[in-house]
Design a protein around this ligand. Sequence first.
Ligand SMILES: [Zn+2]
Length: 377
Amino acid sequence: MSGRLEPRELTRDLLRYNTINPPGMERACARHLGGLLEGAGFRVAYHEFADQRTSLIATIGGSSSKAPICFTGHIDTVPLGAARWSRDAFAGETDGDKIYGRGSTDMKSGIAAIVCAAVELAPHLRASPGVTLVLTAGEEIGCEGARYLADQRLLDRAGAIVVAEPTGNYPYIGHKGLAWFEVETHGVTAHGSMPELGENAIVKMAKVIGVLDEFRFPVDSHPVMGEPTMNVGTIRGGLNTNSVPDEARITVDTRTVPGIDHGHLEKSLAALLAPHGAGVRKIVDCASLYTDPGDEWIAEVFEVCAPFLDGRPAPKTITFSTDGADLKRGFGGTAPAVILGPGEPKLAHQTDEWCSMNRIEQSVDVFRTLMRRWCSA
Ligand SMILES: [Zn+2]
């Protein structure tokens, strides 16, 4: 490879691939990244959970005594949204320190920082515990790519995991889990002038919502994450004003803390709502992710990040969920993990999304240091 791979140039190259999910179509972008990594000496494997939905795993080095360090990011982005962009969403336009585009913050800049650090260090990593990069498809809709890699047992080992989602280079030690449920009630339709002949699904649902409003999770507040939450997000039911509705549906968003099993939560909600004639179905499921702030490697990450922040970081968790939980499970469930990347958390999924190019450079610096320390110890 001639010359250094420039993180801002690579961010721009990645922005040119339209990987809006749905439909995702990450293959071309994944192949571009895989080519760069192969050129630097990485072993690259592609895995598709559906046609053109390509994740890649790239590995260099490896030893029997110490597992590699894993860096991960997702290739897909969210749609552009209804509002008009004032910048081209796919050109990587720059203005001062900002680079604009869908995915600039969430999270093609993070992928660029990972790949630039890894390619630069590659010659020194061959005879070391090694680095594994997991670049996934389909994160934005239920972590499909990462889940596939974990379920198909395509992940080998990792001793620590860095999830390069947008955090402004602040290292977060976890996030809540997310479980979404659909709740349905059924009734019997009748003419609206004779409601006594029918059975009203909306009235049943009103009782169900009352029960959910009183629901308390059977766990203590988490010392860093706080309380689990529940929110009834949507409601739908009835066809017209002059009929008794025979169907009503709500969707419920729960955000969970470690110790709450989502399968168990589904069963308890089903048991709670069954007497009210409601059926419960889990529609989205992402586990929580948490590493104890006393972990030795977490302390090292805090130390490496401190010069780029206002002092040493405090243990905090982030509000969004990530591929990290599925990948950690796929790697055996014990690796410490941080969420740490150059994007601006407030700009994720926004119109005119941008990322600070200075932060991308800092992120390469942080990732290089973490890789070097892991591989030389
Ligand atoms: Zn993201």
